[in-house]
Every structure is written in structure tokens, then in C-alpha cells.
Write a protein that binds this ligand. Structure first.
Ligand code: CO
Length: 489
């Protein structure tokens, strides 16, 4: 997720139809063969033909593992747990049927699945914590701190300093929680990068992704799970779009899709994003943004001023000129979006990491965790909410407000939010899967009372394209660790 200012200003001119354009069912069915994993059994394919995003049939077995989809949450008091109707129910149905499997069954099934996917090595869908003994999760990329002018003492000799080393090892449990969340993130995205194909519905992509991530993180109430809804913002939409139920938006060959995924262990959040495209005409745009994010990561450090990071990001981003469909653009950072510090269960903590030059002299400090993210655009470099859009992302406000609530329905919804998300962000689909229905009035009520806030999708100008890359880093006493680094980005 991204931090933004003034998202309700300037809500004009921009078309948000991205949400609601009807899609011809025929087109989708034609796309079906490419939709997903090859279908092995004709019979089954026919049977499920009605559902869009079919091919979920095979996915059903792919996703099948030791537990039913929907996680521990559904096991306890959520009597109303109801898999959603229509397009996405296939996986859930199958899981229900098979939920009594033994662990040996699971192994066989996973072998089958991987052969379908032509990848015989990745033990996907096994909780990360089972894959590493003694919580020995892969360590992120380790970087030395940059020298800070005027006060070079602070950054130097941290690696070997005994006091810093002691401080560092005192935090090891927290690092391990972050590394576990990062490993679940890496494995999820590795699978999705191969899996996503043009023609798939966005909602299908998100639900597959989230089901896998829930398994890998071994979701358990507020102790382990997804930290925010899967962002899959398309083209000129830069951030905070995830489909609501009934949204038929399809990933098209020419789309630029920002996949933003959040995982957490005990509130220790990994916030990391990448951009997916199929048309190579966007390669340079993606490179510009990847480089800009890496520049921000390199520049970050203890005692570094936030404004200096923004300046360096901007310089690298704007050094790129990209040609798309015969038109040349200088890549612009989307200046009202920024990286951010992260606290436990609080994805947007107190500090913002700008992606353009600004006047913020605030310095980064030892022990802080940051999401370093940049957005590059071929538009005007400014993203706004539209007036007519349907919200998908919501989050409780961190500052607790005591407002008397008359409506029982609102109280009940707030309980569900407290129990399942706390101060983590959520979306309407996640309320649906918890068995909530007809909650919109209550949700709006909670928003009006200032208890919950909507996070609208943010758009640059029509027909522009934006890309995003993001990593979560820890400013350890001894070094900087890019926890979410993978071999993909
Ligand atoms: Co973020």
C-alpha cells in the first residue's frame, strides 16, 4: 500500500470505468484455454464451463492442501462463513469436498499439481514455517549504510561495533517474523508471475493469489496473515485498486498491472510490489521505476534525511525517456504518493519517504522499518481519486475515536473488523468471505464516524501508464536489510 496526500482533491475528469465495464462472456470463454493451467480432464472442464476464470478446476486441486481455503478464521466462531457465489466458488467447493485429506494425500496432489505447472521443484503451498527449521528463514539482501554528510560517525563501523551487534541480536525474533512474511511474499509472487495470463479476470487473479499467500503464511487470526488487500491497479490507476465482487475487469495483453501484496507475522508487515506486463513496449518504463526504487533503497539509512532520498529517486526516474506507441515520455514520479515507515499492525506509520525532492528534513532512525516504493508515470505525475468510484480498500483509523453507535449492524460489523483485521487494511471481498452481507450502509456509517477510512483507487490522467516497485527494509543497528528482496526484483 502507498501513502498519499489529498486523495479527495481534484476528483474530476478522470474516468474510473475500469471498475464496471461489462465484459462479453463469449470473449472470456474464448480466452479460456489460455486462462490457466492446462486442463487435463475434458469432462470436468465441461462441467465447470459456466464459471468464468474456469480452469480453476485444476487450480482447485493445486490449491488444495492440508486445510480448506478460508483459513483458521472460518474454523472458529464465524458461523456465517460462506464461500462466495459464482466465479470464484470452484476452488472452495473442491476444498470442502476434500478437506479431510491426510498429509500423504496432500503430497501426492502437490506432485500432480507441479507437473501440470511444469515446475517440479517448488514446494508451493506448504506453510513457510514448515519449510525452515528453527525459524531459519532466508535473510534479505544485506547492505551497508551510506555515509551521511556532517555526521559520518553514525554510519561507520556499525557492522563490527560490539554494542550495535548486541542490539542487533536482541531484535532477532522480530527479524525472523519479517523474514517469514517475506518468504511467503516471495513464494506467492513467484507463482503468480508465471500464472497470470492475459484474459484472466482480476478477481480470479486476486483470489488465487490470496489463497496461496494465506497458505504460505499459515494464516491464523491476527497472528499471521495478509496485511492488506492485493493491489492490482491497472494502467493509469496507480494504487489501491482491488476488485469488488461482480467486477468483471480482465487483465488485457496491453495492461500495466501493479501487484501490491502485504503479508505479516504478528503484525510485522512486509509491503512489497512489482509491475506485470505482457507487452514488451513497457519494459523501459518498468526499468525506470525499478531503478528508482533501488536508488531509494540504496539511499536509505540511519540519519539520512527523507528529502534527500526523494531527490535521488526523482533524479533517476526522470533520467529515463521511454517510447510507447511512437510517443516519447519522460518518466515522472507520481509526486503525491510516497513510501512510508511501518509499525506493528500499522502499514502507514508516522514518516513518509517522498519520491520527489521536498523540504522534509526528518531523518531515518535506527531500528525503523520502511516500505520504499516508487511510482513512475507517463502522465502528469499526480494521482487522484475519482468522484464516482466504488471503494474497495478500507482500514480502521489508528487513532481510536469513541463515538456512540446506535446501529446494531454497525456495531456488529465493527466487531468483525476488530476481530479479523484490527488496524490492518481490508477490502469488501474479505468481508464477503467472512460471511458478511449487506454491510455497505454500516461500512459507510463507520467511515462517516471516522472509525474506518476508505482508501480510494488513485489515477493519473487517462491513457497514461504507471508502474510501481516496492520493498520493505529494516534499518538494523549493524546494517540495512532489504527483507523482501528476491531474484525477481
Ligand atoms: Co507500501
Amino acid at each position: 500500500m502507498v501513502n498519499e496526500d489529498n486523495h479527495f482533491l481534484e476528483a474530476k475528469e478522470i474516468d474510473s470505468k475500469v471498475f464496471l465495464e461489462p465484459v462479453d462472456e463469449k470473449i472470456l470463454n474464448e480466452n479460456e484455454p489460455n486462462n490457466c493451467i492446462p486442463v487435463r480432464k475434458q469432462r470436468k472442464k465441461k462441467k465447470k464451463k459456466k464459471g468464468i476464470g474456469t480452469g480453476t478446476d485444476e487450480l482447485g486441486s493445486l490449491l488444495q492442501s492440508n486445510e480448506k481455503v478460508g483459513s483458521h478464521e472460518s474454523d472458529k466462531s464465524q458461523e456465517g462463513y460462506a464461500p462466495k457465489p459464482a466465479t470464484d466458488c470452484v476452488i472452495k467447493k473442491r476444498n470442502k469436498k476434500r478437506k479431510k485429506k491426510t498429509s500423504s494425500d496432500v503430497k501426492i496432489e502437490e506432485k500432480e499439481s507441479t507437473s501440470v505447472e511444469n515446475d517440479k521443484t517448488v514446494p508451493l503451498f506448504i506453510p513457510v514455517k514448515q519449510l525452515f527449521s528453527d525459524s531459519d528463514y532466508p535473510i534479505g539482501e544485506i547492505m551497508e549504510y551510506p555515509k551521511v554528510e556532517l555526521d559520518s560517525r553514525t554510519a561507520i563501523n556499525r557492522t563490527s561495533n560490539a554494542e550495535k551487534k548486541a542490539l542487533d541480536s536482541a531484535n532477532i525474533d522480530m527479524y525472523k517474523e519479517l523474514r517469514q512474511a517475506a518468504e511467503a511474499h516471495r513464494q506467492t509472487r513467484k507463482f503468480m508471475q508465471k500464472f497470470i495470463k492475459p484474459g484472466m479476470k482480476m478477481i480470479y487473479i486476486c483470489e488465487i493469489l490470496e489463497d496461496i499467500a494465506r497458505k504460505l503464511i499459515d494464516e491464523k487470526g491476527l497472528e499471521a496473515g495478509l496485511a492488506f488487500p492485493t493491489g492490482c491497479s491497472l494502467n493509469n490507476c496507480a494504487a489501491h485498486y482491488t476488485p469488488n465482487s461482480g467486477d468483471n475487469t480482465v487483465f488485457e495483453y496491453d495492461d500495466v498491472c501493479k501487484i501490491d501484496i502485504g503479508t505479516h507475522i504478528n503484525g510485522r508487515i512486509i509491503d512489497s510490489a512489482f509491475t506485470m506486463t505482457f507487452n514488451s513496449k513497457y519494459d523501459k518504463l518498468l526499468e525506470a521505476v525499478r531503478e528508482a526504487t533501488n536508488t531509494g533503497i540504496k539511499a536509505a539509512g540511519i540519519d539520512v534525511r527523507l528529502c534527500d532520498i526523494g531527490e535521488q529517486i526523482q533524479e533517476v526516474m526522470e533520467s529515463y525517456e521511454v517510447e510507447i506507441d511512437g510517443k516519447t515520455y519522460q518518466v515522472k514520479p507520481i509526486r503525491n504518493l510516497s513510501g512510508h515507515s511501518i509499525h506493528p499492525y500499522r502499514v502507514h506509520a508516522d514518516k513518509n519517504v517522498p519520491i520527489t525532492k521536498n523540504a522534509d528534513q526528518t531523518r531515518m532512525e535506527e531500528g525503523e522499518i520502511y516500505a520504499i516504493e516508487t511510482f513512475g508515470s507517463t502522465g502528469r505525475g499526480y494521482a487522484v481519486a475519482t468522484a464516482d468510484q466504488e471503494f474497495s480498500h478500507y482500514m480502521k483509523n489508528y487513532e481510536t475515536v469513541n463515538v456512540p453507535m446506535r446501529s446494531t449492524k454497525s456495531k456488529q460489523l465493527l466487531n468483525v473488523i476488530n476481530q479479523n483485521f484490527g488496524t490492518l487494511a481490508f477490502c469488501r471481498r474479505w468481508l464477503d468471505r467472512l460471511g458478511q452481507s449487506k454491510y455497505l450502509l454500516s461500512l459507510n456509517d463507520l467511515c462517516q464516524k471516522g472509525i474506518v477510512s476508505p482508501y480510494p483507487a488513485l489515477f493519473d490522467i487517462k491513457k497514461s501508464y504507471s508502474a510501481q516497485y516496492e520493498h520493505t527494509i529494516i534499518l538494523r543497528p549493524t546494517c540495512k536489510e532489504v527483507v523482501s528482496r528476491g531474484d525477481d526484483y
